[in-house]
Design a protein around this ligand. Structure first.
Ligand code: AMP
Length: 442
């Protein structure tokens, strides 16, 4: 089944094609036609299922079909998320899939100055992606008018409830117009979610797709513990020894991706890097060479790797573990697709133990640990904070700021991620965590 039959317009289909998606995922197949038929939806879908495109694509379609109320540009769609990371990711998807349309979107969360957000809102936006706390601050200050919202989407609603946002959500619901389309996405359906759904949704269609863990069953996961200075050597060894022909390798930083690429080349392994500092042409070329087998290793950052869709990719390597655990699931989901077996190898040094624990908590299981002979970790090596060692100035997961009217917003995003400590690896300070949980912007 292709995207063409789902009822999406040409500018949206073009954006999908440019992302390299060949086929809708199960959640997209189900959700898109239902949302286009103007019904409310209660969807059970986890991260990694393609849920974001599952609601963003039909939302953009519905927005372009509708006739906005006269006058200044106003907020027509509101997407609420539990965390700032998710808000930023969803905002990026809205931009990506809507790049051939003329909607303006912005992301709003706490922990950063409110003033740039006010300036953006004053200019007028069609789509707001927000965490509840800061959203309500804007409403309170009358810097955001939600009286003409036509679409409300709650993403990861279960996490929102877990984080204590129910009152904030209710406050938001109370100020929205009654006539609107509602979409509620949640990984789980607790009684609390069912109650929220009863309050919020009008004759919803229920959609459920297989749990993410199912998809991951076709991926063999393994951790090789190794000293931080020997990771490159171990990677070259694994590639050569296993005669791996096509490997997608993840690094946390753009600089790290470049450095690793150069080092692999020195080891006689053809490699190319893709990340936000590379031009689109360079990225497309690297990807094409990789797909054709002209380049054996593609080294990518998380953001750049989104949308890379390679059939039968046998090996994914986490050269460095991601600091956002969900990214691990995204990364390993690149292999083991469409019924093929895949292997996800993580090279983990002592600095990353906490990341590994968080990942194992998220995937609800421990990953098999195998020490490779000759690469046994030196127990005398102490853990070092990751940020100091590798991030450098500007952070290590900043998003591309090239082009686009709201680059300011985006750069704010990357700064936030740094400030919160999630960007560079350290855990957020207690103060930060407590502030976040109160403000609802984690
Ligand atoms: P999500 O579940 O929304 O977090 O999406 C998980 C990942 O799947 C994201 O990196 C998307 O870029 C990617 N993705 C979404 N839809 C598709 C598709 N139809 N084909 C391939 N990849 C997709």
């Amino acid at each position: 089944m292709s995207f063409n039959t789902l009822g999406l317009s040409e500018p949206i289909l073009r954006a999908i094609k440019e992302q390299g998606y060949s086929e809708p995922t199960p959640i997209q197949k189900q959700a898109i036609p239902i949302i286009l038929s103007k019904k409310d939806v209660l969807a059970g879908a986890q991260t990694g299922t393609g849920k974001t495109a599952g609601f963003t694509l039909p939302l953009l379609q519905r927005l372009s079909e509708g006739v906005p109320a006269k006058g200044k540009r106003h907020v027509r769609a509101l997407i609420l998320t539990p965390t700032r990371e998710l808000a930023a990711q969803v905002a990026e998807s809205v931009e990506t899939y809507g790049k051939h349309l003329s909607f303006r979107s912005t992301v709003i969360f706490g922990g950063v100055s409110i003033n740039p957000q006010i300036t953006t809102l004053r200019r007028g936006v069609d789509i707001v992606i927000a965490t509840p706390g800061r959203l309500l601050d804007h409403v309170g200050q009358k810097t955001l008018d939600l009286s003409k919202v036509e679409f409300l989407i709650l993403d990861e609603a279960d996490r929102m409830l877990d984080m204590g946002f129910i009152h904030d959500i209710k406050k938001v619901l109370a100020i929205l117009p009654k006539q609107r389309q509602n979409l509620l996405f949640s990984a789980t359906f607790s009684n609390e979610i069912k109650r929220l759904a009863d309050d919020l949704l009008n004759a919803p269609v229920l959609i459920e797709v297989a749990r993410r863990n199912k998809a991951a069953e076709s991926v063999r996961q393994v951790v090789h513990q190794v000293d931080r200075e020997r990771k490159r050597e171990l990677l070259s060894h694994l590639i050569k020894d296993g005669d791996w022909k096509q490997v997608l390798v993840f690094t946390r930083t753009k600089h790290g991706a470049n450095r690793l690429t150069t080092q692999l080349e020195k080891d006689g392994i053809s490699a190319a890097a893709i990340h936000g500092n590379k031009s689109q042409t360079a990225r497309t070329k690297a990807l094409a060479n990789f797909k054709q087998g002209a380049v054996r290793v593609l080294v990518a950052t998380d953001i750049a790797a989104r949308g890379i869709d390679i059939d039968q990719l046998p090996h994914v390597v986490n050269y460095e573990l991601p600091n956002v655990s969900e990214d691990y699931v995204h990364r390993i989901g690149r292999t083991g697709r469409a019924g093929n077996e895949g292997e996800a190898v993580s090279l983990v040094c002592v600095d990353e133990d906490e990341y590994l624990r968080n990942i194992e908590k998220l995937i609800k299981g421990s990953v098999k640990k195998v020490v490779i002979k000759g690469f046994e970790p030196d127990p005398s090596i102490q853990a070092e904070p990751i940020q100091q060692r590798s991030a450098g100035r500007g952070g290590n997961r900043s998003r591309s700021n090239s082009g686009g009217g709201n680059s300011r917003q985006k750069s704010t995003t990357s700064a936030t991620r740094n400030d919160s400590g999630r960007n560079g690896g350290g855990r957020p300070s207690t103060k930060q965590r407590s502030r976040d949980s109160h403000r609802g912007t984690r």
